[in-house]
Design a protein around this ligand. Structure first.
Ligand SMILES: CC(C)(COP(=O)(O)OP(=O)(O)OC[C@H]1O[C@@H](n2cnc3c(N)ncnc32)[C@H](O)[C@@H]1OP(=O)(O)O)[C@@H](O)C(=O)NCCC(=O)NCCS
Length: 136
């Protein structure tokens, strides 16, 4: 059974394996746990049978006007079952009331986010791939 959690409390790094697929320098599970703890909002999908987290989304926010969703991922073994969509729905419910809610994504994911009322827009960004595993 999949349970959705609104906090990383009680989660251990050993339950956070297999994420950041395809990243050349992925954060370790310990760093992943720190990211979740330092985020203003999180939604986790927890598989009770596998005893591990199978999906997560986080958001950082100023608490007044704006929030940004930097990361969303579902383990390949659990994709296509509605878990990503349910986590986004729950995250947007947490962010309800903010003037700005931003997410950046590849163009092919536009239809996925459009389902939740998000609209395409122009953005500017910087990525330092040497720091992908975490700031040192
Ligand atoms: C995007 C992601 C979180 C969706 O999770 P999920 O649990 O599979 O999502 P759902 O089952 O709720 O919805 C799947 C829908 O998203 C679409 N989708 C998922 N990834 C897609 C992609 N790369 N390109 C186009 N469509 C995609 C599927 O086609 C599917 O559409 P359908 O319902 O019409 O069949 C998951 O595919 C993932 O972790 N991808 C890798 C990381 C990533 O790209 N994260 C997004 C960062 S912005």
């Amino acid at each position: 059974m999949i349970r959705y959690l609104g906090s990383s409390e009680g989660i251990e790094s050993g339950e956070l394996v297999g994420f950041f697929r395809g990243w050349p320098h992925p954060p370790s599970p310990d760093t992943h746990l720190e990211i979740l703890k330092n985020s203003d909002h999180v939604v986790l999908a927890y598989d009770d049978d596998a005893e591990r987290v199978v999906g997560f989304v986080n958001a950082i926010s100023d608490g007044i006007l704006s929030a940004y969703i930097p990361l969303l991922e579902v383990l390949p073994s659990h994709q296509g079952r509605g878990i990503g969509g349910e986590m986004v729905r729950r995250m947007l419910a947490q962010l309800d009331g903010f003037y700005i809610v931003d997410v950046t994504c590849d163009p092919e994911l536009e239809p996925f986010y459009a389902r939740f009322g998000l609209k395409p827009g122009f953005g500017m960004m910087r990525r330092d791939y040497e720091r992908q595993s975490g700031a040192t």
